[in-house]
Design a protein around this ligand. Structure first.
Ligand code: NAP
Length: 553
């Protein structure tokens, strides 16, 4: 027997919580939220690895929708860690009485659109069923852990963990020989902390990257007072910048300043720390020569910090422009390689051949290990959605429809899947932004859209395939207009998961521009969307759409 509701939300992170609140308390819809984890928190529920910390500055890493919540909540550090973020989300759930409509330990395995009833029938791993008119996937962009298929892993006699599934009780690494595979944002946060307790840490690096110090610090009462008094301004900045952070990108090009001025600007940004380094010049992500200056500066810093010349060379041997892979920020990452108990293995020179019962064998030698830490990232943006068997009209399957890469309109809806919405889905700025700001915009747009449907007696909405085609092309064009397209091996292109189609997934046109596009679409009566159920007309256009991509319906 199904539980009948108006709306179902999947996922209890920042996105799901706000969507539940918005649909239930603003629109008065009966709404349930299903979450696979045993509590709320989304990415912060799962990511408890050593050194885990948010890379966005806390004063803008929050919801802005509630003045009251803003006034009562104060962060303690420049970058909050999982316990504090979980406390924040817990407070949000308590304040808005969300838990009564949340179900934990419920992994959604399938969602099927029943066209006759205009309902989504959703089933969990335990066999519970829900039927809802609206289905919102708030499943996160970086939640489907990517454990590489390295031969021998099953025979490893020690312990192994993926950072995104870190045991909540912690792992005692004291006295252990730890091997860490991966040096992305996660690995760069984890290594310095692991090195403090492990007997030895071996870091296996496949692609070197550029990291800038985070410079985390406790927040002063003065700063917190300033935050309390300036929420509106902080929000206005975050909502009007390309990345949703509460800092503006400098209005100057690299060539506008002298080499001495440029160096001073980079030095000041390095000292200040954080993702703001990327905002020092407006052309860093569009002009290779400009970008080269940032690369050279950071490489110079790496060489100055790391004492062993060979280790410094490998760490500074970066093969892509700065910030074309997600730029990490760190707390003592490069300094960690000056410790006696830390070794770097450059996998470009000495690739992993297999995992042995007692360690990892690279081409040149065996590395004895007790613990392997996979900081190897995620099947990003599409992984968590495709883990669910999602079936739209006429039984079409999202897994088939996205075989050649995701197709969405605005990252919000998929053609052939009426009343199904994705929060920060592929085709939206999402992972290129400070997530809560992008999430708020999506949740509010979806809520406004559903309100429009109900006000006007419209029973269904889905995108027009033609609008999807145009949006897909625009997403590609936006990436190609930046240097992001020069790092084809990034997870933005799905390159970290073998066999995944190489399509640039997020929208690189900037959050502010994207907001304006979404607002305009809504103002024009949801231009580019098909309103109401008109199956015959739609079937024809869907056939055409699938044909154009060479995918069978
Ligand atoms: P990631 O950026 O995908 O990095 C994964 C690392 O593992 C890369 O160094 C990758 O090398 C390596 N790797 C993957 N498969 C491998 C294999 N088979 N053999 C050897 N090395 C392998 O993943 P992540 O560091 O977890 O970060 C993912 C994203 O999560 C970030 O970009 C960021 O958006 C987000 N994040 C945010 C925060 C925060 O705000 N606090 C913290 C962490 C992560 P290649 O580069 O060669 O593929």
């Amino acid at each position: 027997m199904e539980e009948e509701i108006d709306a179902l939300v999947i996922g209890a992170g920042f996105a799901g919580l706000y969507q539940l609140y918005s649909l239930r308390d603003r629109l008065g819809l009966s709404t349930r939220l299903l979450e696979a984890g045993d509590d709320l928190g989304g990415t912060w529920y799962w990511n408890r690895y050593p050194g885990a910390r948010c890379d966005s500055e806390s004063h803008a890493y929050r919801y802005f929708f509630s003045k009251e919540l803003n006034e009562e909540w104060e962060w303690t550090e420049r970058y909050p860690g999982p316990p504090e973020i979980l406390k924040y989300l817990g407070r949000v759930a308590e304040k808005f009485d969300l838990r009564r409509d949340m179900r934990f330990g419920c992994r959604v395995v399938s969602a099927r659109y029943d066209e006759g009833a205009n309902r989504w029938v959703v089933e969990t791993a335990a066999g519970e069923r829900y039927a809802a008119t609206y289905l919102v996937a708030a499943v996160g962009c970086l939640s489907s852990a990517n454990v590489p298929d390295i031969p021998g892993l099953r025979d490893f006699a020690g312990q192994w963990f993926h950072t995104g599934r870190w045991p909540h009780e912690g792992v005692d690494l004291a006295g252990k020989r730890v091997g860490q595979i991966g040096t992305g944002s996660t690995g760069i946060q984890a290594a310095p902390v692991i090195a403090q307790s492990a007997a030895h840490l071996t870091v296996f690096q496949r692609t070197a990257t550029y990291s800038v110090p985070a410079r985390n610090a406790p927040l002063t009462p003065e700063f917190n007072r300033w935050v309390r008094e300036n929420h509106a301004e902080i929000r206005a900045v975050a909502e009007s910048t390309p990345n949703g952070h509460a800092f503006r990108i400098a209005d100057r090009n690299v060539a506008d300043v002298t080499p001495e001025e440029r160096r001073a600007i980079y030095e000041a940004a390095w000292e200040k720390g954080g993702l703001q380094f990327r905002a020092t010049f407006r052309d860093l992500l569009v002009n290779q020569a400009a970008n080269d200056t940032a690369c050279e500066f950071i490489k110079g810093r790496i060489r100055a910090i790391v004492r062993d010349p060979e280790t410094a060379r490998a760490l500074a041997d970066v093969d892509h422009p700065y910030a074309t892979k997600r730029p990490p920020i760190d707390t003592g990452y490069y300094e960690t390689f000056n410790r006696d108990n830390v070794t770097l293995v450059d996998l470009r020179a000495d690739p992993i051949e297999c995992i042995m019962p007692r360690g990892i064998r690279t081409r040149s030698r065996e590395h004895a290990l007790d613990v392997i830490v996979f900081a190897t990232g995620y099947d990003a943006m599409t992984g968590a959605l495709l883990a669910i068997d999602i079936r739209g009209r006429e039984g079409r399957s999202l897994r088939d429809d996205w075989r050649a890469g995701p197709h969405t309109y605005l990252g919000l809806q998929v053609p052939g899947y009426p009343n199904f919405f994705t929060i920060t889905g592929p085709g939206s700025p999402s992972v290129l932004t400070n997530m809560p700001v992008a999430i708020e915009q999506h949740v509010e747009w979806i809520t406004g859209c559903i309100a429009h449907l109900r006000r006007n007696g419209i029973d269904a909405i889905e995108p027009d395939p033609e609008a999807v085609r145009r949006w897909d092309a625009h997403v590609e064009e936006a990436a190609n207009a930046t240097l992001l397209s020069k790092a084809k091996h990034s997870w933005y292109y799905g390159a970290n998961v073998p066999g995944k189609p190489r399509v640039f997934m997020p929208y690189a046109g900037g959050l502010a521009r994207y907001r304006a596009i979404c607002a305009d679409v809504a103002a024009k009566g949801y231009e580019g969307f098909l309103l109401g159920r008109t199956p015959v007309a739609r079937s024809a256009s869907m056939g055409e759409f699938a044909e154009a991509r060479g995918v069978g319906v």
